[in-house]
Design a binder for this molecule. Structure first.
Ligand code: SAM
Length: 272
């Protein structure tokens, strides 16, 4: 499926789900590590939207950067909104507000935000054009659009497990998402009518022994979970035997002295 085909959030399947294993990956991230490209553009008093905010670990850093301005986080999943609210409360971020909403139908006025940001959301959202149009609607003239999304084909494990990554990409695609969208953001922003666009790329590294242990556990807990195996076999993307083989190779990878890994991300900023 490409970004021109229409499939809304109510009919598509969100690939990653909301398991504890995936939440642990999200909790490793914050605004400093995952919104590095955006932070220099934030100023005190700005009104910021974080769409697809998940558990709010990045949102609270954005809220801090614009105090006493306001941060609004939205997510289609009510349990994520609850977790984000609790994180904001625990951190004393009284300027951060969260609510359940579909990013394709935002509950905000036209021209009402200085900044609209998302992290790892467009890669899972079927109708990219409709979302960018909706986000453009709520941005003030001159307001900033920002996104950071993965591109799976440059993400890697060393020693390599390319076929595992290819299966992950096919799974995202089968669910209506866009596994390489991180390197397409600049073009998509231009096509959506934004100007003054700057783009960059970065890696999320897994290089220390602690990182390798974490990623090994995450891949077992998420990619090799019964839910993912069932989805991939249902779509005809991979077989149980392939998953069994990846488990063996993953254990070998973890014990390889030179093991490392990285997720590849693309970032872009533009103005309405
Ligand atoms: C990979 S998580 C990223 C969460 C957070 N931005 C982060 O990076 O920590 C993607 C999030 O986007 C949300 N999401 C996906 N499609 C959405 C939509 N159409 N409307 C609202 N939220 C959406 C999911 O519920 C999920 O919480």
């Amino acid at each position: 499926m490409n970004s021109n085909e229409t499939q809304d959030a109510s009919t598509s399947t969100y690939t990653m789900g909301y398991s504890d294993d995936f939440q642990r990956l999200l909790r490793r991230r914050n605004a400093e590590t995952s919104a590095t490209h955006l932070l220099p553009h934030l100023e005190a008093g700005m009104r910021v939207l974080d769409f697809g905010c998940g558990p709010g670990t990045i949102s609270v850093g954005l809220a801090k950067a614009v105090e006493p301005g306001e941060l609004f986080g939205v997510d289609m999943e009510a349990s994520q909104v609850e977790i984000a609210r609790a994180a904001a409360e625990a951190g004393g971020h009284r300027n951060a507000m969260f609510q359940t909403a579909d990013v394709a139908d935002l509950p905000f006025e036209d021209d009402s935000f200085d900044v609209a940001h998302c992290h790892a959301v467009l890669m899972h959202a079927p109708d990219t054009e409709a979302i960018l149009a909706e986000v453009r609607r709520v941005l003030k003239p001159g307001g900033i659009i920002s996104s950071r999304e993965m591109f799976v084909d440059s993400s890697f494990l060393e020693p390599t497990m390319r076929d595992g990554w290819e299966t992950f990409a096919k799974l995202i695609e089968a669910n209506g998402g866009h596994p390489q969208i991180g390197r397409e953001l600049k073009r998509l922003f231009i096509e959506a009518g934004f100007s003054d666009i700057s783009a960059s790329v970065s890696f999320e590294p897994f290089c220390t022994g602690e990182d390798i242990d974490f990623l090994h556990g995450f891949i077992i807990g998420w990619f090799l979970s019964p839910a993912t195996v069932e989805a991939a076999t249902k779509y005809g993307i991979a077989t149980q035997e392939q998953f069994d083989g990846w488990r063996r190779r993953l254990d070998q990878w973890k014990d390889t002295p030179g093991a490392l890994a990285a997720f590849a991300w693309g970032e872009a900023i533009g103005r309405k």
